[in-house]
Ligand binder design. Sequence first.
Ligand SMILES: Cc1ncc(C[n+]2csc(CCOP(=O)(O)OP(=O)(O)O)c2C)c(N)n1
Ligand SMILES: [Mg+2]
Length: 328
Amino acid sequence: MAIAKDLMRDLYKQMRLIREFESAAQRLFASGKIPGFVHLYIGEEAIAPAVCACLTDEDYITSTHRGHGHVLAKGADIKLMMAELFGKATGYCKGKGGSMHIADRDKGILGANGIVGAGHCISCGAGLSIKVKGTDQVCVCFFGDGSTNQGTFHESLNMASIWKLPIVFVCENNHYGISMSQDRHQAIKDIADRGASYNIPGISVDGNDPLAVYEAASEAVRRAREGKGPTLLECKTYRQRGHFEGDPGTYKPKEEQAGWLSKDPLPLFAAFLVENNVLTQDEIKAIDDSALAEIEAAIEFADAQPIPEVESAVVDVYSDIIEEVRSR
Ligand SMILES: Cc1ncc(C[n+]2csc(CCOP(=O)(O)OP(=O)(O)O)c2C)c(N)n1
Ligand SMILES: [Mg+2]
């Protein structure tokens, strides 16, 4: 598949932006600036930009607890994201959701989600709505290897298959569910094999190669748009950090970590782009610098935002909605 140079440059830009966002989140969490939990996407940046490059604003995504990369690639506003991570009143969820609940309906981002396996079901709902409306939208469902042992995964693949829903199930197999390595939590190597149980195509690709991901995702998105039903796309990658910030990840063997670090998607793709005359070293540096500047501006913005008023703690929450319904 011939991939345009402009697209390759855009993929690198997004990968770098996500890496800088995550590196900043890492630093800010460690310094106590970000409350709550933070699960970083470092090492997995080749996937979301390549998949989302096949989508439009009209298409949907569902995300996970490790969702910064997904929502950034789908066009979430970096400043509103950073403000939310800081717990500020002007953040995406007015400071109540934090890292795991970024959503933006105008961009088709149906939400990051702290419930492992929830996105599978939400994607079926979105897929069914598309089918009922008769549009050619697509829903991409991002999830991890660990979540493929949840009942929701199997139920959703079955439903999507029998109803031919326009969903691309993107499994980010980073080989760990918290501290449990894939070879200890399931008896298969290729999660893509699970597609066969539901008679849907299962494809496994190098998740650290954005071009391989793009190629496979383009085909899966095309199938979905044409009404041919879902695809299970497994992207093999590695979680370079602990499960969450604060987890030292000492259960990961040193040789394993070193092996995957040598396959870090950022330097590999940068070297590929230079070798293939897509970008010069100076152009790579300019992209890197501009990503850093964008993140610094988001931090400055978030820092200057107000914290929520105490009274707002009981607004926009479940009990508040129940109260409103009762008073009708
Ligand atoms: C329903 C549910 N069960 C358990 C958890 C606790 N939990 C949070 S993340 C996680 C592991 C997820 O692993 P994986 O799906 O591979 O995603 P990754 O963290 O590797 O991106 C678990 C068990 C949860 N949040 N929700
Ligand atoms: Mg995992």
